[in-house]
Design a protein around this ligand. Structure first.
Ligand SMILES: Cc1cc2nc3c(=O)[nH]c(=O)nc-3n(C[C@H](O)[C@H](O)[C@H](O)COP(=O)(O)O)c2cc1C
Length: 150
């Protein structure tokens, strides 16, 4: 939102899209996102200078503990297998694997259709730009951005 408000033409978005109706993950994960707070994520693998932000759950806490104990990477990696995370997202078992999650999770308040989600993001960014006195000037040769189905 901040990037769009400042005039960025695009942003990378992951976590918030998991909380859309169309996202094919188990409803348990969508509920977890609704209940999440900003403190519900943590950084793993800081110890090897390859940090990834994940949802705080049982395996994530175990890996964090291993890092504190300076255990070797080879002992941590089996707990971090992407396959486990994927299975968790499918079965709905929140502690079955480690899953990537941004701090934006703390701001997820509603599961909505992806179309409405993008519309609200763009409207909010535009409203902030208006408050700041920034007027969006469409480029002469560009088509207005349309959300599919609108
Ligand atoms: C389901 C999911 C899977 C992800 N997988 C990867 C990945 O394989 N590699 C990676 O570098 N980042 C991965 N990420 C982290 C994204 O790069 C990160 O979420 C992105 O910067 C967008 O931030 P946001 O999730 O706060 O919107 C993943 C994020 C999510 C939500």
């Amino acid at each position: 939102m901040a990037a769009l408000s400042l005039g960025a033409e695009g942003i990378v978005m992951g976590t918030a899209l998991m909380a859309t109706e169309e996202c094919p993950i188990h409803p348990n994960f969508k509920r977890a996102l609704l209940e999440a707070e900003v403190s519900s994520t943590c950084l793993l693998l800081m110890s090897v200078k390859a940090p990834i932000r994940v949802f705080v759950n049982k395996p994530a806490t175990e890996v964090l503990d291993m890092e504190v104990r300076c255990e070797p990477l080879e002992k941590m990696l089996p707990k971090m297998r992407g396959e486990l995370g994927r299975q968790a997202l499918e079965t709905g078992e929140l502690d079955a694997g480690i899953w990537a999650c941004g701090q934006i999770a703390g701001l997820v308040k509603k599961i909505m259709p992806v179309r409405d989600f993008f519309q609200s993001v763009m409207e909010e960014a535009e409203s902030i730009r208006r408050q700041w006195g920034i007027v969006t000037q469409p480029e002469a040769d560009s088509e207005p951005v349309k959300v599919s189905g609108a």
